[in-house]
Design a protein. Structure first.
Length: 363
């Protein structure tokens, strides 16, 4: 059976670190924690789980700290987690089985990253990451903010998920790092422009975000998946600015890159037509969104809401405006399967049931 070193970088994570370590401590053979300057009880908590706590002066680049943490690993494979990550019970079982059965010829195991979860336990954002790495391959982190590992060789895609349960969002932190890169005259890759656009969008700098996304789209190089989502997110910015024509053009352009439409695009196009009260066109796109299925081996972002409860909820609204009450109710019930206590859905249910009773009595 393989052995595993857990490697983490932390700073001021006293609220979440124990939760993370409790979910993984019995599944790994070594815990290495690199602190980058905590002023709370993070180090004290870490030492309750391991004597392998190290210190590293923050350089302003996450890759430096992450690569430093990898230096302390001594086991066959390296697992990395953030302090606000956990393994849920079902994933713990899968991880244990993987550890017991993994062939030593494997260089990396990718796992899902459930980067967002709503109050009902629905995953809101998922993508794959190379998560378990063969130490002897000396894989290194790349990128200053949104890091990635340059991995090659024998890679296995597993169905294990690491779940991100973030308590707070560091507003503006990553944006400031990108602005510092610009001030220093550092060159930007297409990936940099994509994530810089995301930071600008999340901080409501929509015009600047559009410019950054446009660079991703127009550059010859870059991952096609980044171009697909740059089109989508650029469309969001246009919608926020009231540019409906540009929004639709950007959404349709995403299909040129993806070759087939994604639920995330279909639902956005559906909403575009819904806002124009073109309910039949909106219904076409929402229905398409619910019929599309994701490739489990896909590495780019997946937002499950856009193929599940969200288009069904909007179909409820569209059919209601077309006075097709039974279909409206049907889709509201499908949305309720995912969000059973959503006040909007419960309001719809009560109102639609009343209308259905009235229709039945009139018959």
């Amino acid at each position: 059976m393989i052995t595993i070193s857990l490697c983490m970088i932390v700073k001021n994570e006293e609220e979440v670190l124990a939760r993370c370590l409790d979910s993984i401590k019995d599944l790994v053979d070594e815990i290495n924690i690199v602190d980058t300057g905590s002023t709370d009880k993070t180090v004290e908590i870490a030492k309750k789980y391991t004597d392998r706590v190290f210190f590293f002066e923050w350089t302003g680049r996450f890759k430096d700290a992450r690569n430093e943490s990898f230096k302390y690993a001594t086991k066959d494979y390296i697992l990395y987690l953030d302090a606000d990550d956990v393994l849920m019970e079902e994933d713990r079982k899968k991880f244990k089985l993987l550890k017991e059965t993994l062939e030593p010829e494997v260089d990396s195991v990718s796992m899902y990253y459930n980067a967002g979860v709503d109050e009902y336990g629905n995953v809101t954002l998922r993508y794959r990451r190379n998560r378990l790495l063969k130490r002897s391959r000396h894989f290194q982190w790349q990128g200053d903010v949104h890091n990635y590992i340059a991995v090659s060789g024998n890679i296995v895609n597993s169905d294990i998920a690491i779940t991100h349960l973030k308590n707070k969002h560091a507003v503006g932190r990553n944006l400031s790092i990108y602005k510092e890169k610009i001030a220093n005259g550092d060159p930007f890759t297409p990936r940099d422009y994509f994530y810089y656009g995301n930071e600008l969008r999340e901080n409501q700098f929509y015009k600047e975000a559009i410019e950054s996304y446009s660079k991703v789209i127009e550059m010859d190089k870059g991952w096609v998946e980044d171009k697909v989502y740059a089109c989508m997110f650029r469309a969001d910015c246009h919608r926020f600015l009231g540019n409906a024509k540009e929004e639709l053009s950007s959404l349709l352009l995403s299909i040129a890159f993806s070759k087939t439409p994604r639920p995330e695009v279909c639902s956005r196009i559906g909403y575009h037509f819904q806002q124009q009260r073109d309910y039949q066109s909106a219904i076409f796109w929402y229905e398409l969104a619910t019929s599309l299925h994701d490739d489990p081996n896909k590495w780019s972002f997946t937002y499950p809401a856009y193929s599940t409860w969200y288009p069904h909820l909007q179909l409820c609204v569209c059919y209601y405006h077309l006075n097709e009450i039974e279909k409206s109710y049907e889709h509201n019930e499908k949305a309720r399967e995912y969000r059973p206590k959503d006040e909007r859905i419960l309001f719809n249910k009560k109102m639609l049931e009343s209308k259905l009773r009235t229709v039945s009595q009139e018959r």
